[in-house]
Design a protein around this ligand. Structure first.
Ligand code: PEP
Ligand code: MN
Length: 700
């Protein structure tokens, strides 16, 4: 008998030899792929060749059929091998060295996030030290604090939808998406012993786990569904309790890890239950142009009808197909929305970069969250030869259409009626997005229901500095009653002397916001430093950059990253060109909501504190689409001159005023000489209405 039938041990030995032969062949295949990647590295060929992949799969399936082996099994195995090859080549093209990384995720070991993180690392040839945190915020916090190199967080689920908290983290922090991963959520029911389902009295899981298995739960009506903060944690709790009447819904992987018995496999209501995860880093990771790539961004559009459509057309018109569009409420702006957009494209591609420039010009706020290799490695869907550049049209300077000797009102009308410059070439090398050429229509900035820019005229008034609750509330009430629409008040003061009053700081901000709220006015205050930006942006409605900070480029860049209007004062000795270039710093980061403010410049003239340059208003209105307002208080430095210059500003075409008002100017702790008394402010406002505004109102 022995000679005819080989024993099982011998057969196993044969099998082991075949298996190590398969592994050797996989290693050989791997080396060839490396050689191919080397060739591709020096050429322009794309990463993936779908036609070639189809041929390989058809070839091996036919060979399998010839040998009497299941063609579908062989196809499945080769699909895995090919997808690994593509990932291997992508890593090489992108110069990713592999190695060890520290990864933060939400949950405990064996949670779905843990599994997705492991899958992501495996696909990139990385080893990881994974740490689970209780909440998404804590996981992101570990990344920001430098305790982790990456964070892997779920962003959406095919049954339960988007995960708001992760979107909020992306909005609030400077985090970049550098990768994505998908994971099929396959729930099972696990318990400590193989008992009949009828003997269960309690089933633990994360509320989403319970929700996703609601049909199954109907079949065990005697068991009470019990919420737990995490599926893997629920599995662990059941294992620790050791009660056979309690079971958990979670992954089979978690059940195996905690020594539980699987009572039922695949109990989700839907079999197509996938979660998409984003891989976050604190620095962007450029992706080689040959790797199919996705880009994610946050978008805030204007408030006119069709504004969203115009932005989406920028992407589609430049051949970028959108894979996701999701709207979320805009924080602090009831019934306004921001959009989360994913599209196929790479910011390193000049065509995508040009489209994003165009998008910035069409939107109010754009935050790029990152470009990253698309999980589904598809061939780029973009048609060739699209540039996304705006058409070049020569502009007609409005000044040429103004006749010399005319009635001033007629002149104003003529200026208003002059053709607006068509989109064309920027006249400056220092700015392009704020240039009129980038956007023909005036930018209109909404602060609640208040619109700044276009044909509107907005008065912002209040004390130079917030000094006390009494002072700011009295002023707020008074200016609101007399037509101001925004309350001003400095809390961090840029004073010439370090011995002068420096402002009440954050306490002052609370007083200002409370006074504004009581009077029904949004508030504007000056932000002096980069580290003040997040807190200021959370509390104030408009963030002011003072004249002395106009070229504080770090501050400008930081303000470009927040979704809050910025009022940019002209520097004490800055040209209009430099001022617009400073605005470009903010806008280039994504925040298009910049209001310019002319506040006087240093000249040889000493009769006034500064020389209020009202010609800047007409120049800026011609050169830029941004709103411009005038500050006659700092512009003149002298109370009697404030109102006439305010009226002149309106006639010159300003979109509004910034005026200092104090209940008792003589007692003001700063800028006492130029602050208007309540009566003087009332007088200024009374006459303002009779000044024709540019563009002039239609005459009958
Ligand atoms: C202010 O508005 O209080 C202020 C300090 O203005 P500026 O930066 O124009 O001097
Ligand atoms: Mn002041």
């Amino acid at each position: 008998m022995n000679g005819q039938r080989p024993d099982i041990a011998g057969l196993r030995q044969d099998l082991d030899e075949v298996d190590s032969g398969i592994v050797r062949l996989i290693a050989q295949r791997h080396d060839i792929i490396t050689a191919i990647a080397e060739v591709k590295e020096h050429g322009a060929a794309g990463l993936q060749d779908t036609e070639r992949e189809r041929q390989v799969l058809d070839g091996v399936a036919a060979a399998a059929a010839d040998l009497g082996v299941s063609a579908s099994l062989v196809r499945r195995i080769f699909r895995e091998l090919i997808s690994d090859s593509v990932a291997q080549q992508a890593r090489r093209l992108n110069g990713e060295p592999g190695g060890r990384v520290r990864v933060a995720f939400q949950g405990v070991a064996h949670a779905y996030s843990d599994a997705a993180a492991q899958k992501y690392l495996a696909g990139r040839g990385l080893d990881g030290d994974l740490t689970g945190y209780r909440t998404f915020r804590e996981a992101a916090g570990a990344l920001i604090a430098g305790q982790a190199d990456l964070a892997v967080l779920p962003i959406e689920n095919t049954t339960a939808g988007s995960i708001n908290e992760v979107y909020a983290l992306l909005r609030e922090h400077e985090l970049y998406i550098i990768g994505e991963e998908t994971w099929k959520v396959d729930h099972c029911l696990a318990g400590v012993a193989d008992v009949p389902l009828t003997s269960l009295s309690r089933i633990l899981s994360h509320p989403q786990g319970l929700e996703q298995c609601s049909q199954f739960l109907l079949s065990v009506p005697q068991a009470t569904p019990t919420s737990y903060f995490d599926t893997a944690e629920a599995v662990r709790a059941v294992a620790e309790a050791g009660d056979p009447a309690t079971a958990a819904i979670g992954s089979a992987d978690a059940a195996a890890a905690y020594g539980l018995v699987v009572l039922r496999h695949s109990i989700s209501d839907r079999t197509d239950n996938y979660t998409r995860f984003v891989v976050l880093s604190t620095t962007p990771a450029p992706v080689d142009l040959r790797i199919p790539c996705k880009t994610s961004l946050i978008l805030v559009t204007g408030h006119e009808e069709g504004d969203l459509l115009r932005c989406l057309e920028v992407l589609s018109g430049s051949g970028h197909s959108m894979t996701k569009l999701e709207s979320r409420p805009r924080p602090g702006r009831p019934w306004e929305y921001m959009f989360f957009v994913d599209f196929e494209g790479n910011t390193a591609d000049p065509r995508t970069a040009a489209a994003l420039d165009e998008l910035r010009a069409a939107a109010l706020y754009v935050k790029i969250l990152g470009s990253y290799p698309a999980k589904a490695l598809r061939a780029p869907a973009r048609p060739a030869g699209l540039t996304g550049q705006p058409a070049e049209v020569t502009s007609v300077p409005p000044s040429e259409t103004v006749a010399a000797e005319q009635d001033p009102a007629e002149m104003l009308e003529a200026v208003a009626a002059a053709p607006k410059p068509a989109p064309g070439k920027s006249r400056s090398r220092h700015y392009k997005l704020v240039d009129r050429a980038a956007r023909q229509d005036d930018t209109i900035i909404a602060v609640g229901d208040l619109l700044i820019g276009g044909d509107g005229f907005v008065v912002m008034a209040g004390p130079c500095s917030v000094e006390s609750e009494e002072q700011i509330t009295t002023t707020a009430r008074f200016v609101a009653e007399h037509g101001a629409r925004v309350l001003r008040g400095g809390v961090f003061k840029p004073r010439t002397s370090p011995y002068s009053f420096q402002g009440l700081g954050w306490d002052g901000l609370d007083l200002l916001v409370a006074a504004g709220r009581e009077a029904g006015l949004p508030v504007i205050t000056e932000v002096m430093a980069v580290d003040q930006v997040p807190r200021m942006a959370a509390a104030a409605d408009i963030l002011q950059v003072g004249a002395r900070n106009m070229q504080n480029f770090d501050l400008l860049r930081e303000l470009g990253k927040v979704d809050r209007p910025v009022l940019l004062k002209r520097g004490l000795s800055s040209t209009i060109e430099e001022w617009l270039a400073a605005a470009e710093y903010v806008v280039a980061q994504g925040n298009q909501q910049v209001i310019l403010c002319e506040r006087g410049i240093r000249t040889f003239e000493s009769a006034t504190r500064n020389t209020l340059d009202l010609s800047a208003v007409v120049v800026v209105r011609e050169r830029s689409h941004l709103p411009i307002i005038v500050d006659p208080s700092h512009g003149t430095g002298s109370r009697p001159y404030v109102a006439p210059m305010a009226w002149a500003a309106r006639a010159a075409g300003a979109h509004g005023l910034l005026v200092e008002v104090h209940p008792e100017p003589a007692k003001a702790l700063s800028d006492s000489e130029q602050s208007l008394s309540p009566a003087e402010f009332a007088d200024l406002m009374r006459h303002l209405a009779s000044i024709p505004q540019w563009p002039a109102p239609a005459r009958v």
